[in-house]
Design a protein around this ligand. Structure first.
Ligand code: AHR
Length: 503
């Protein structure tokens, strides 16, 4: 065990943040670019099933164990007519899709997506249009999806071949309504009112649902966090969650600064928690609003290419970021940040899932492959289930252009009581040196190391392409555990997962 850079950590089974809500490993499929058409759905593809869904893509999605998937938008939902996407396919209209200026064929709609999500073993998180529409369209869609039978909309669902209701539990009240780019953009008071009244009507249709109000589109929006305070003032008693959205990019080509952007995410989460609790105090309420971080990822590589695309195409290659190794490091840090807030972040959706700023890419008519960011997402989703512990970390620090006191060691720890396993997710942010980690795990007696998985690469800009997985994990990480003292070498700029289990 070597290295000059050293960090220490204490992990104790009594220092708990909260039980992880598995829905923080959710994702998102929007009718945008090739996410649906050419992504999950490609009827003429040799790998497609009887409904036109690509089995190779489903296989990669299933491996991720995605528990919940947001649908159908995103910006797209703000001008969407859900009625266009149900019923006989030959009768469905082709529409101009205003958010992304494409043609929407409506070959896939609510029922097909529910079928696909079932195949992927995921719940659907459905968004309603509060841009061009409102209470009526939302309550009708809910009745179509969740009401058993004997009413106009539930009987229409049955006529469309779906006898059993879809039982969709989680609903988003619009999307990014603070954004001037949104069709039907609103002021916080306008949004607060329509969200509250829509939520009220939806709860009358189905009192078992959970509702997410739109927070700011990102932390830099001019009205953040006043937007949250005002809209929650109107919606507090009707909603369960407030949404957060955030994308990062290495625009400055400064890796040390870029991989610290999870600190900004941490700050964003803390501010939204404070704002929710401020409204709680103001209302003398006992109810707690939790956080739904339902869009998060890296998004910047494709922005210039997208400006050159012609409008009104069907499923053009929009937002097709090709991710590199440093993006995977930041994604790993964003996941640890959300785990460390497991007491308040109950839903999160990596945006998105296939082809559009996604961990999974496809070629039309060809193969599917894993981007670099697939790996931290995969391991954290599969092994980060249980109780999030609160690791006490002593790490050397650095400063960058935007941040001060950035710990080289970023970590989150999850204890799975059922499996008697402890999983340590750890990033070494140092670009040149390996980090020697000493971790006190004494409260876990009779544990051994199961594996130490490492994602590392000499070139921060290395990418995966179809047939060439340049960035992939290995299990040769150097760790040893003696008498509750774990020692690990975390290679320079690396993402690590160290799993301990009972002897
Ligand atoms: O995920 C891509 C877009 O980002 C979504 O449509 C929108 O909600 C956000 O601005």
């Amino acid at each position: 065990m070597s290295g000059n850079l050293k960090a220490e950590m204490l992990v104790d089974k009594e220092y708990q943040v909260a039980k992880v809500d598995n829905r923080i490993y959710g994702s998102f499929i929007e009718h945008l670019g090739r996410a649906v058409y050419g992504g999950i759905y490609e009827p003429n593809h040799p790998e497609s099933d009887e409904q036109g869904f690509r089995k190779d893509v489903l296989e990669l999605v299933s491996q991720l164990q995605v528990p919940i998937i947001r649908y159908p938008g995103g910006n797209m939902v703000s001008a969407y007519h859900w009625e266009d996407g149900v019923g006989p396919k030959e009768e469905r209209p082709r529409r101009t899709e205003l958010a992304w200026r494409t043609i929407e064929t409506n070959d896939v709609g609510t029922n097909e997506f529910v079928d696909w999500a079932k195949k992927a073993k995921a719940e659907v998180m459905m968004a309603v249009n509060l841009g061009t529409r409102g209470i009526d369209a939302a309550r009708n869609l809910l009745e179509y999806c969740n009401h058993p039978s004997g009413t106009r909309w539930s009987d229409l669902r049955i006529k469309h071949g779906y006898e059993e209701a879809h039982h969709i539990k989680t609903w988003c009240l619009g999307n990014e309504m603070d954004g001037p780019w949104q069709v039907g953009h609103k002021t916080p008071v306008e949004y607060g009112r329509i969200a509250a009244e829509t939520a009220k009507a939806m709860r009358l249709v189905d009192p078992t649902i959970e509702l997410v109000a739109c927070g700011s589109s990102n932390k830099d929006m001019p009205l953040f966090p006043e937007w949250e305070a005002i809209t929650l003032d109107h919606t507090y008693e009707y909603v369960d969650y407030i949404s957060l959205h955030q994308y990062y990019g290495n625009y400055e080509d400064d890796t040390a600064n870029y991989i610290a952007k999870s600190l900004a995410m941490d700050d964003f989460i803390r501010t939204v928690i404070s704002t929710c609790d401020y409204v709680k105090a103001k209302k003398r309420s006992k109810k707690r609003i939790n956080l739904s971080f339902d869009e998060w990822n890296v998004w910047y590589h494709s922005k210039e290419a997208d400006k050159k695309l012609d409008p009104w195409q069907v499923a053009p290659p929009q937002l097709e970021d090709i991710y590199n190794f440093e993006d995977a490091i930041l994604v790993g840090c964003m996941l640890t940040t959300m785990l460390n807030h497991a007491d308040r972040v109950k839903i999160a959706c990596m945006a998105q899932l296939v082809n559009v700023i996604a961990p999974i890419m496809t070629k039309n008519g060809g193969g599917a492959w894993k981007q670099t960011i697939y790996y931290p997402y995969y391991y954290t989703s599969v092994y980060g289930r249980g109780i999030a512990l609160n690791p006490v970390i002593k790490s050397p620090k650095y400063d960058s252009q935007e941040f001060t006191d950035i710990p080289y060691l970023e970590s989150a720890v999850v204890f799975n009581e059922d499996k008697e396993e402890v999983t340590i997710f750890a990033v070494n942010r140092h670009l040149e040196e390996s980090l020697h980690l000493k971790c006190d795990t004494r409260s876990f007696e009779n544990y051994k190391i199961i594996e130490h998985v490492v994602l590392e690469h000499d070139n921060p800009k290395a990418v995966n392409t179809f047939g060439n997985e340049e960035v992939k994990p290995h299990s040769n990480g150097v760790s040893q555990l003696d008498n509750g003292h774990l020692q690990s070498d975390l290679p320079k700029l690396s993402w690590n997962m160290i799993r301990l289990g009972r002897i």
